[in-house]
Design a protein around this ligand. Structure first.
Ligand SMILES: Cc1cc2nc3c(=O)[nH]c(=O)nc-3n(C[C@H](O)[C@H](O)[C@H](O)COP(=O)(O)OP(=O)(O)OC[C@H]3O[C@@H](n4cnc5c(N)ncnc54)[C@H](O)[C@@H]3O)c2cc1C
Length: 392
C-alpha cells in the first residue's frame, strides 16, 4: 500500500464513521479494525504491516478531520511498553485479546517490575510465582508502580525458579489488576502527588495462558520491554521548542526584566541541547523504522532527563521568589503523568524523577558505555550462582 492508498483508507474510515456524529469509542474501534491504529502492526491487530514511518500520514489526516485520539498520555505504559512486548512474545490469542482494548484506552496498563530490593538490579527480584495446576499463585511486593491505581492490567516479572541463577529463573506474565490478591497503596512523591504506588501481591492468581514467553525466559521478555520503555520516554517526535524549553523560553520572552547574561547563556545552551536531542530522536525513529530499538534509546532517555532538570532549574532561578510558589500540596492521585504542565516549581520537582524512572542515569551510562562504545563490561560475580544462594 502506498501513501495515496493509505490516505484513501483514512478517507473511507472518516466517511463511514464521521467524527462529529460517531461515539468516541466506536470511532476508535473502527479505526483499529481498519488497520489505522498503528500501521506497522500486522493486519487484524490494528495495523496494515506498513513501515512505521507511514503512521504520520494517518495522524495528520485524522487530526485535520477532528477525529478523537486514543489519549496516549493516559495509556503510555500500555502503548509504549506492553504492546510491543505482547506483539513480540504473545500468542495469537493474547494479541487478539489485549491489543484492541489497550490501544483504544479501554484497558489501562501498568508495569510491575521494580521491588523494594530490586530496581537497577531488576534480575535480583524476589516476588515469587508457583504453579498450581494451570494457575500461577503470586506473592510479593512491587514498588513505584505508576498508574497502578487506574490500571486494569499489568505486565509483571516474577521469580518462578529460585534454584536457577538470577537471570534464568524469571517468568513474565499479564496480571489482572482487579484480582482480589492485588492491593494498591498510594506512595506520595516529592511533588506532593501520588502518581505511583506500592503493589502487594498476596496469593494473586494468574492463569498459565496469561504468561508471555516461556517459563524461565522472563528476562529476555523484560529486556524487550525495557528497551521499548527508554525509547517511549526519550524518543518521541517533538516539534521545535517543545516541552521544558518551551516553558522557559516563554518566561524569558514575557519577563524581560528577569534576564541576565548568565541566564541568557544557560537558556541558549539548553535550547541547543534540546535541538540536538530532537534531531537525534528523529534519527532514532528512522532506525526503529528499520528494526527494533537499539541501545541508542538509552542515550536519548539520558539526555531527556538531563535537559529537563537543567531547564526546569533555570526557570526556577529566572523567576526568583515567584519560582518557589507552589499551587497545592494536597495529595492528588493523577490519572496522567504531567512532565511539562502546571507551574515552574512543580516542573522542577517532577523533573527530579526523570533521571530515576525508566532506568537511572548512572545505569544508562553503563548501557551506553558497554553497548554503544564497546567498553569492558561491569564485573558481575553473581551471574552463575543460584538465586537462592545469593547474599541478600
Ligand atoms: C517517577 C517514577 C516512576 C516509576 N514508575 C515505575 C513503574 O511504573 N514501574 C516500575 O516497575 N518501576 C517504576 N519506577 C522505578 C524505577 O524504575 C526504579 O526506581 C529505578 O530502576 C531505580 O531503581 P531503585 O530505585 O531500586 O534504585 P537502586 O537500583 O537501588 O539505585 C540506587 C542508586 O545506585 C545507582 N546504581 C545502582 N546500580 C548501579 C550500577 N551498576 N552502576 C552505577 N550506579 C548504580 C543508581 O543509579 C542509583 O543512583 C519509577 C520510578 C520513578 C522515580
Amino acid at each position: 500500500m502506498d501513501e495515496a492508498q493509505l490516505k484513501e483508507r483514512v478517507g473511507q474510515l472518516l466517511e463511514e464513521h464521521p467524527p462529529e456524529t460517531t461515539d468516541r469509542l466506536d470511532f476508535l474501534h473502527a479505526r483499529f479494525d481498519a488497520g489505522l491504529a498503528w500501521v506497522h502492526f500486522p493486519e487484524g491487530l490494528g495495523g496494515l504491516g506498513l513501515p512505521r514511518g507511514m503512521q504520520p500520514v494517518v495522524e495528520r489526516a485524522l487530526y485535520q478531520a477532528g477525529a478523537p485520539d486514543n489519549d496516549p498520555r493516559k495509556i503510555g505504559i500500555g502503548l509504549g511498553m506492553a504492546a510491543p512486548t505482547i506483539l513480540a512474545f504473545g500468542t495469537e490469542d493474547q494479541k487478539r485479546r489485549y491489543l484492541r482494548p489497550l490501544w483504544c484506552g479501554e484497558e489501562v496498563w501498568c508495569q510491575l517490575f521494580s521491588e523494594p530490593g530490586a530496581g537497577s538490579d531488576l534480575a535480583g527480584l524476589s516476588s515469587r510465582a508457583v504453579l498450581d495446576g494451570d494457575t500461577w499463585i503470586v506473592n510479593g511486593q512491587k514498588v513505584w508502580t505508576s498508574s497502578a491505581h487506574i490500571a486494569d492490567r499489568a505486565i509483571l516479572i516474577v521469580r518462578t525458579d529460585p534454584d536457577q541463577p538470577k537471570h534464568a529463573g524469571l517468568s513474565y506474565f499479564v496480571l489482572d489488576m482487579h484480582d482480589p490478591g492485588v492491593e494498591v497503596r498510594p506512595l506520595r512523591q516529592i511533588t506532593g502527588e501520588a502518581e505511583f504506588n506500592e503493589v502487594f501481591l498476596t496469593d494473586a492468581r494468574i492463569p498459565d495462558s496469561d504468561r508471555l514467553g516461556e517459563v524461565g525466559e522472563g528476562w529476555k521478555v523484560a529486556n524487550a520491554t525495557l528497551s521499548n520503555e527508554r525509547v517511549a520516554i526519550g524518543g518521541g517526535a517533538f516539534p521545535r521548542e517543545f516541552g521544558m524549553v518551551m516553558n522557559v523560553a516563554k518566561t524569558w520572552r514575557e519577563r524581560p526584566e528577569l534576564r541576565t547574561p548568565e541566564t541568557h547563556e544557560r537558556l541558549l545552551r539548553g535550547w541547543i541541547d534540546t535541538e540536538v536531542a530532537r534531531i537525534t530522536a528523529t534519527r532514532l525513529r528512522q532506525k526503529m523504522a528499520a528494526g527494533v530499538p537499539g541501545p541508542e534509546g538509552s542515550a536519548m532517555k539520558l539526555s531527556f532527563a538531563r535537559i529537563n532538570q537543567q531547564l526546569s532549574a533555570l526557570e526556577v532561578d529566572l523567576l526568583g521568589d515567584d519560582g518557589l510558589r507552589y499551587d497545592s500540596w494536597e495529595m492528588k492521585r493523577p490519572t496522567r503523568v504531567d512532565f511539562f504542565g502546571k507551574d515552574a516549581g512543580y516542573r522542577y520537582l517532577r523533573a527530579k524523577g526523570n533521571s530515576i524512572e525508566g532506568g537511572t542515569s548512572e545505569v544508562l551510562r553503563n548501557v551506553v558505555a558497554e553497548r554503544v562504545l564497546g567498553l569492558p563490561t561491569e564485573h558481575r560475580v553473581d551471574k552463575d550462582i543460584p538465586w537462592k544462594d545469593l547474599p541478600r
